[in-house]
Design a protein around this ligand. Structure first.
Ligand SMILES: *Cc1c(COP(=O)(O)O)cnc(C)c1O
Length: 371
């Protein structure tokens, strides 16, 4: 695949937006010099700095986005006998953590425009056992929080936000991560910012945050006075020090993602109109952060192969709905989920793209959908 970009005379288009530099290197040196590698002052500082992006809510840094979801669910008391409504069109961790908490995921369909939970499907899935709804802000686009909150309030349910892909996204001016009692962010290297591995639980109140802190550290606040049965889900100071540098650059990277997305949407309008390609749409009052720029394409796999030949890396998130994975293997009828899994492909939108590379992506998409 590396030969194609040479043919077209531009640098190979990177698949990833990862940027690591002198700031991260200096941060690691600082932690090494301190001699304190595990959870310490860098984690505390990272939590405080992250809180500035989520309306000052208490933040608890953990070992991964998966840990963040699991500890968030457990801190809300979700467990055996509970049902939790989740989208099937997401990364498996969205449902896995419900199972790991001892509860049952109830998979529902998505709305087709933004690939997020369909509020009507959520309403239809509620039983007397339902305890929570996991709203995934897929691809960095906020889910329909006004309607989902209305449903949750009417039935006394908790909303857990899976914001793994949506750092800094907003809806009606409000940051994602601040709509429910807990929210989970991920800092895996493919996300909009990274700590290598890592996650953050954002909590609505201090009591919830305290429960998450206990669960993160063997159930201990005071050493050897374990109050509950907990995990080791701590973040290290090495990770947090990297995260602080990444977080300081995230607003600028997010602006670049938004500029790139706006450019793609503008430049692909004509080809979309004549080819059946469906470009991403943005909900009213939503400010997505373009973790992915995801289009629908008829004959998706052909388009992916053609783009690869033309030196444009793409991703398919996700080719198999969670309920159809071998780990679940459920026979459910979720037609919009099935259709999305067949049609979606994500074009590069990350901040590591030059103007020439963006032009090449436009050109390649025009050729790929016309051939
Ligand atoms: C990445 C991701 C997770 C899990 O985060 P990790 O840090 O990889 O554990 C959960 N949900 C969604 C939607 C994700 O994209």
């Amino acid at each position: 695949m590396t030969s194609a970009p040479e043919k077209i005379g531009i640098e190979p288009i990177p698949a990833s937006g990862l940027q690591l530099g002198d700031g991260e290197r200096a941060a690691i040196e600082r932690v090494l010099a301190s001699g304190m590698l595990a959870q310490g002052p860098e984690v505390a500082a990272f939590e405080a700095e992250f809180a500035e992006h989520v309306a000052g809510r208490p933040c608890v840094a953990v070992s991964s986005g998966t840990s963040a979801l699991l500890l968030g669910l457990l801190a809300l008391g979700i467990g055996p006998g509970d049902e939790v409504v989740v989208p099937s069109f997401s990364f498996a961790a969205t449902a896995n953590t419900v199972v790991l908490a001892g509860a049952r995921p109830v998979f529902v369909d998505i709305e087709p425009r933004h690939f997020d939970l369909d509020p009507d499907a959520v309403r239809a899935a509620i039983t007397e056992r339902t305890a929570a709804i996991v709203a995934v802000h897929l691809y960095g686009h906020p889910a329909a929080m006004a309607l989902l909150t209305e449903i949750a309030d009417a039935h006394g349910l908790a909303i857990v936000e899976d914001a793994a892909q949506a750092h800094l996204a907003r809806l009606a001016g409000r940051p994602v991560g601040t709509f429910g009692p807990v929210a989970a962010f991920s800092f895996y290297p493919t996300k909009n910012m990274t700590t290598g591995e890592g996650g953050m639980v954002v909590c609505a109140d201090d009591a919830t945050a305290r429960r998450v802190r206990l669960l993160r550290n063997q159930g201990m606040e005071k050493r050897y006075a374990n109050e509950v049965v907990g995990y080791n889900a701590r973040m290290t100071d090495l990770q947090a020090a990297i995260g602080r540098v990444q977080l300081s650059r995230l607003p600028e990277w997010t602006n670049t993602r938004r500029r790139n997305a706006a450019f793609l949407t503008e430049a692909l309008g004509a080809v979309a109109a004549r080819s059946g390609l469906v470009l991403p749409s943005v909900a009213p009052a939503a400010e997505p952060v373009w973790h992915q720029y995801t289009v629908r394409a008829p004959r998706r796999d052909d388009v992916v192969a053609r783009l690869s030949e033309l030196g444009v890396p793409t991703g398919v998130y996700y080719p198999t709905p969670i309920h159809r994975l071998p780990a679940y293997d459920l026979d459910l009828d979720l037609p919009r989920t099935a259709e999305a899994a067949r049609q979606v492909l994500s074009l590069p939108v990350h901040p590591n793209l030059s103007a020439a590379q963006l032009d090449h992506i436009i050109d390649a998409v025009e050729r790929a959908v016309s051939s």
